[in-house]
Design a protein around this ligand. Structure first.
Ligand code: XUL
Ligand code: CO
Length: 436
């Protein structure tokens, strides 16, 4: 059998002192932490699109990466070889999950029927490879943004026939995700937004998207797909404004269209920063509202204002993310999907291993740091103390609706100025630093 990643053996945990670049220094999948293994906490997934279909092309230049599995010539042969290569990669890296768009795994045919036939052929192969290796689908999705038919959106397109095409693609993508035993399905509204309001009826487009997602829920129930539906927020790129801008706007949309029972969020780090938030902010918002589902783990570049989709290596980010995820109860259906791509000059297949190993180690350290910090308890104690007034007396009376503005005014007139308390940000930052 052809080896697509020759010279790379299965990646093992060798501990922090190892100098072997093809080993984990911190991610020890079987190590138990708080009753679960690291693999169970982190639920790593490799994304198909960047890892196997991304070849380093950008707005200014052609692809830079040559891959053996792209050499076959015939499109479907390439698709098959890519799938085999992908499973070699998953098993050598030691991840339990993968994520895909329909268009990543099989090239579109001339008609929808032809596309679906191609998908069936590739899904059959993927199913066999999943059986052979035990690797599973974390989530599937449909690409509703690359083809020119979707230039003005999919569900939010001014044309109902484009809406119908998009619905047909999602129908098939949900079916194949179910066929592959997927634990979730993502809706990322790549072109569900606008480039100019001069040609856009925003209210209609919201209503269309609401109707689309309800149809998806109906169909999911009909075919008994038990995976979790997610919406992935992103504020812009490719459109100037995307409706699912951030966790807050997604939540408002889901509430307005009565979809909160059927959707959670897939929070992506670089999308959070594009929205002017931190990664932790988006996670914390989702946790506070009970809608954290899954995570696209990556990072942006503070000097570049676009979605650079770099592999996550920042230990502050991974630590703060894991604190928030753990406090939110950890992952159930979701996990950490590396929606990240190599830099254009990292052209060798082995660079894919370096990138994923580094990212997995960064999250393993984040997990260990988070557990240590939570166990230490000083920050939690401070926060608890800071809000203690709400657990008794006046605070509790306010929350229970026992008092109104008039009583509060009377109280304030009697008591005078409240005593301000330090927020102790610097102290808390110093404590955090003890754990990084
Ligand atoms: C795009 C992005 C997508 C979604 C899936 O920025 O993140 O790859 O994750 O469509
Ligand atoms: Co993503």
């Amino acid at each position: 059998m052809t080896e697509y990643f020759p010279g790379v053996s299965p990646i093992r945990y060798e501990g922090p002192d190892s100098k072997n670049p093809l080993s984990f220094k911190h991610y020890n999948p079987k190590q138990k932490i708080l009753g679960k293994t690291m693999a169970e906490h982190l639920r790593f997934a490799v994304c198909y699109w960047h890892t196997f279909k991304g070849l380093g092309g950008d707005m200014f230049g052609l692809p830079t990466m040559l891959r053996r599995y792209n050499g076959a010539g015939d499109e479907m042969r390439v698709a098959e070889e890519t799938m085999v290569a992908a499973f070699e990669f998953f098993t050598k890296l030691g991840v339990n999950y993968w994520c895909f768009h329909d268009a990543d795994i099989a090239p579109e045919g001339a008609t929808l029927a032809e596309t679906n036939k191609r998908l069936d052929a590739i899904v059959k192969l993927a199913k066999q490879l999943q059986r052979d290796t035990g690797v599973k689908v974390l989530w599937g999705t449909s690409n509703l943004f690359s083809n020119r038919r979707f230039m003005a959106g999919a569900a939010t397109n001014p044309s109902p026939t484009v809406f119908a095409y998009a619905a047909s693609k999602v129908k098939k993508a949900v079916e194949i995700t179910k066929e592959l035993g997927g634990e979730g399905y993502v809706f990322w509204g790549g072109r569900e937004g606008y480039d100019t309001l001069l040609n856009t009826d925003m209210k209609r487009e919201f209503d269309q998207l609401g109707a689309f997602l309800h149809m998806a829920v109906d169909y999911k129930k009909k075919i008994r797909f038990r995976g979790q539906f997610y919406i992935e927020p992103k504020p812009k790129e490719p459109t100037k404004h995307q409706y699912d801008s951030d966790a807050g706007s997604c939540y408002a949309f889901l509430q307005h269209y009565k979809l909160t029972n059927d959707f959670k969020l897939n929070i992506e780090a670089n999308h959070a920063t594009l929205a002017g938030h931190t990664f932790q902010h988006e996670l914390a918002f989702a946790v506070a509202n009970g809608i954290l589902g899954s995570v696209d783990a990556n990072r942006g570049d503070t000097l570049l204002g676009w979605d650079t989709d770099q592999f996550p290596t920042d230990l502050y980010d991974t630590t703060l993310a894991m604190i928030t995820i753990l406090k939110g109860g950890g992952f159930t259906t979701g996990g950490l999907n590396f929606d990240a791509k190599l830099r254009r000059q990292s052209i060798d297949p082995v660079d894919l291993f370096h990138a994923h190993i580094g990212a997995m180690d960064a999250f393993a350290r984040g997990l260990k740091n988070a557990v240590a910090l939570i166990k230490d308890g000083r920050i939690d104690k401070f926060v608890k103390q800071r809000y203690a007034g709400w657990d008794k007396g006046l605070g509790s009376d306010i929350l229970k609706g026992k008092v109104g503005f008039e009583q509060l005014e009377a109280l304030t007139l009697k008591q005078g100025e409240p005593e301000p308390q330090s927020g102790r940000q610097e102290l808390l930052e110093n404590i955090l630093n003890e754990f990084i």
